[in-house]
Design a binder for this molecule. Structure first.
Ligand SMILES: [Zn+2]
Length: 214
């Protein structure tokens, strides 16, 4: 079951194959700095006090641009790209779709803003992102990051995995989706039930997803 579907397209921005662009402090231009001055500030100082070197996974649903004011973090992209460090003075653009494990290694403050596919400033993802609720009975879990589309239903990965009997057979034809759109085959970890026998060709899946969006 889906919420604000019409916005979906905006979030599938093209990234020219890049997941992020890091500009080291020495290369950050004055205009980059002054643009960022009006952006909100993310401050991890309190988190840092509560848990030494906070660790978390960030999955970018929108492009985010940041200018680091203080502190540092190590980022390990989940796509196998080499880990890198961002620290005071650096600017970084994270494109939509970028996923990384973060370790904040020194209390970080950064200016940040989100941008849509057209490069326009936009509200943060929590206020604009589509909502997909799992349609499996008694679940309802939010599963926009990864869902399985079957007929008119959206099923979360957990429910696909634990399905038995008729549902299990039915879910074998489900299409794996990321942000509500059919996902490219990545070879990553996927519930076996959904990948074992995929009968819907990608073109048909794309058509049915468009049809549902109307
Ligand atoms: Zn579920």
């Amino acid at each position: 079951a889906r919420g604000t579907r019409t916005l979906m397209r905006n979030f599938m921005s093209t990234t020219k194959g890049e997941t992020h662009v890091l500009t080291s402090a020495a290369e950050v231009t004055e205009s980059q700095k002054s643009e960022a001055e009006s952006w909100p500030i993310w401050d991890s100082t309190e988190d840092f006090k509560a848990q030494k070197q906070p660790k978390f996974v960030l999955r970018y649903r929108l492009e985010e641009r940041v200018v680091i004011l203080s502190g540092s973090a190590q980022l390990s992209p989940t796509n196998g790209d080499p880990p890198f460090v961002i620290s005071a003075g650096d600017a970084c653009t994270f494109y939509a779709g970028f996923v990384a494990n973060w370790v904040v290694t020194s209390p970080m403050r950064k200016h940040y803003h989100y941008f849509d596919a057209a490069g326009e400033m936009c509200a943060e993802p929590s206020k604009t992102m589509p909502v997909i609720a799992c349609d499996a009975e008694g679940c309802g879990k939010e599963c926009v990051d990864e869902s399985y589309s079957i007929e008119t239903e959206d099923i979360c990965p957990k429910c696909v995995q634990k399905a038995r009997g008729p549902d299990k057979r039915r879910y074998q034809a489900a299409v794996r989706c990321e942000l509500g759109a059919p996902a490219p085959e990545t070879g990553g970890a996927q519930p076996a039930a959904a990948t074992a026998k995929r009968k819907t060709p990608p073109a048909a899946a794309a058509r049915s997803s468009k049809a549902k969006a109307r």
